[in-house]
Design a protein around this ligand. Structure first.
Ligand SMILES: *Cc1c(COP(=O)(O)O)cnc(C)c1O
Length: 374
């Protein structure tokens, strides 16, 4: 039985009728952007994350971009980010003329370490943007302590981690501003691009982000700053509102699958294999990805083996940001960030979506075990 990396059909069956009814209402109402579904979604998600404000955005990338713009980040400023992340984290920094400064990661969680972040701080550091990679929070209490001691703002890249928890709080409750993504492969996925900026408690930042979303405009045709078109469509907000009541259940399903894998693949550890550990105290990993390490330089061979058995997998991410051609000018080299570079060579993500059956999990596990037994 083949097992795909992700299958959204089963999820869509559950919400299809609600979405079609809502689409019919949108068709009659002809409000296509920033309407009642967007406002409803914003208030539901601020509640869900326990933040004071939230602003629906056209994508996670745009949410991170307006977060940086609201903090006045621009040319010559340095922003500390991990290199082991999706490109958008670094792309938004460079697009504003600021300089990405990369912090190395913890080999177990794949998140930037507080000590690497602290070591990267200079007089020009204008923000720290940790990423909660794969669904687990970065070490936010320590990162906030380092940032607060120097008055440096923190933006959380929670694009993979809406609903992740740690230290008794939610993603979005630590930094001043947080970016979330609803790209279809995220735990809460739209039918296209969509995102969200969460603002922890600062009303001025909230007002600024509301304006930046519509070209810095308030009221109509008066422009206070040069913003972007970062508006969210009613249809995407409708899809997300239809799915939101199921999100907790889906997180639970992913966690159950992760638990199953951990128990059934434990015998491979630690010599050949590393399983993601849930190490954040008082928290919750939401497993947007179940990312393992294949050691001894055998990762690509392993992926080919899975493919031959009909098992889907993905590599997040094969080339870290500091080695991307577009960031060559920053002067990083192979060897600059050893843990990041090793992770890029060893990681592979296995299917983890909540609708997977036990037979499917067994199929994946037997293909994995088969590789090491051969
Ligand atoms: C998905 C993602 C983004 C970008 O979100 P989009 O909605 O695709 O623009 C940014 N950072 C990380 C870590 C992501 O996984």
């Amino acid at each position: 039985m083949p097992v795909p990396m992700l299958d959204l059909v089963a999820q869509n069956v559950v919400v299809k009728q609600k979405i079609l009814d809502g689409l019919s209402a949108i068709t009659d109402r002809c409000t296509f952007v920033l309407g009642e579904n967007v406002r409803g979604l914003e208030s539901e998600l601020a509640d869900y994350c326990c933040t004071k404000y939230s602003v629906g955005m056209s994508s996670g990338t745009d949410a991170l971009l307006v977060a940086m713009m609201a903090l006045g980040i621009g040319s010559g400023d340095e922003i500390i980010i991990p290199s082991f992340t999706f490109f958008a984290t670094g792309g938004v920094v460079a697009r504003l003329g600021a300089k990405p400064v990369f912090a190395d990661i913890d080999p177990q969680t794949f998140n930037a370490t507080p000590s690497a972040i602290e070591a990267a701080i200079t007089d020009r550091t204008k923000a720290i943007m940790p990423v909660h990679l794969f669904g687990q929070l970065a070490d936010m209490p320590k990162i906030m302590e380092i940032a607060n001691a120097r008055g440096i703002p923190v933006i959380e890249d929670a694009c993979q981690s809406l609903g992740a928890k740690g230290w008794g709080k939610n993603a979005g409750q630590f930094g001043q501003i947080t970016g979330c993504s609803f790209y279809p492969t995220k735990n809460l996925g739209a039918f296209g691009d969509a995102g969200l900026a969460l603002i922890r408690d600062n009303e001025e930042l909230f007002r600024k982000i509301m304006r930046l979303r519509v070209h810095g405009m308030e009221p109509v045709y008066v422009h206070h700053e040069v913003g972007i078109n970062g508006r969210l469509d009613e249809f995407q907000a409708l899809v997300l509102r239809a799915k939101l009541p199921f999100l907790e259940e889906w997180h639970v399903g992913r966690r159950k699958n992760a638990q199953w894998y951990s128990e059934n693949l434990q015998s491979l550890c630690p010599v050949d294999f590393q399983i993601p550990l849930e190490i954040v105290p008082n928290g919750r990993h939401i497993y947007n990805q179940f990312t393992v390490r294949i050691k001894k330089g055998r990762r690509d061979e392993f992926q080919n083996h899975l493919k031959a058995k009909g098992i889907g997998s993905s590599i997040f991410y094969p080339i870290p940001l500091h080695l991307q051609p577009c960031f060559e000018y920053l002067g990083y080299r192979n060897g600059s960030l050893p843990e990041t570079e090793l992770s890029a060579k060893e990681v592979i993500s296995l299917p983890i979506y909540p609708e997977m059956t036990e037979e499917m999990l067994e199929e994946v596990a037997s293909a994995v075990m088969g590789f090491f037994r051969a």
